[in-house]
Design a protein around this ligand. Structure first.
Ligand SMILES: CC(C)(COP(=O)(O)OP(=O)(O)OC[C@H]1O[C@@H](n2cnc3c(N)ncnc32)[C@H](O)[C@@H]1OP(=O)(O)O)[C@@H](O)C(=O)NCCC(=O)NCCS
Length: 138
């Protein structure tokens, strides 16, 4: 799982118990996963089809830096399945995990599913190349 993105928990992200609002966490996760999938498939014409089990493990509070981990679980003909973990950057505690999120590539005009032409091996290779370009660890 790669952790490539972070956010700061701000006052407007809190619920009345002064912890990160679950709806906000899910909004962030959906966006982060969509960005990840757009980069993996190389197209912005994707839609969220299915979100599997969601588990809220620990609260986050104002001022916490949180980070998003994404991994590709499966690659189909028109779909891709990813999982996402939201955790506290400093404690490492999991805030929320989503076991599977299915995105489908659609035709921009018809909005019907269309093949993305990728395999799990293609994506593993492309991810390795992108990470190399980021100079992580240098
Ligand atoms: C996405 C959409 C075009 C798919 O239509 P569909 O009739 O389900 O299409 P298909 O049956 O051909 O399935 C497409 C892919 O999704 C997968 N899929 C369909 N239903 C699924 C489900 N419930 N769970 C997991 N995967 C599913 C299929 O296995 C297929 O994958 P594959 O081609 O890799 O094998 C249509 O459901 C839709 O427009 N949904 C609304 C999307 C949306 O508005 N999302 C929120 C905003 S982004």
């Amino acid at each position: 799982m790669k952790f490539l993105s972070r956010r700061l928990v701000m006052p407007e992200d809190l619920n009345y118990a002064k912890t990160l609002f679950g709806g906000r966490a899910l909004e962030w996760i959906d966006e982060e996963a969509a960005i990840y999938v757009i980069c993996q498939l190389g197209t912005k014409y994707i839609v969220t089809k299915h979100i599997g089990a969601i588990s809220f493990e620990n609260a986050a509070t104002e001022g916490d830096v949180v980070e998003f981990g994404l991994t590709t679980k499966a690659v189909g003909r028109t779909s891709i399945t990813v999982s996402c973990l939201l955790r506290n950057k400093f404690t490492g505690n999991t805030i929320c995990s989503v076991d599977e999120m299915v995105f489908v590539k659609v035709n921009p005009e018809t909005r019907l599913p269309e093949p993305h032409g990728k395999t799990l091996d293609d994506l593993a290779e492309e991810t390795k190349e992108s990470l190399r370009k980021l100079n992580i660890g240098v």
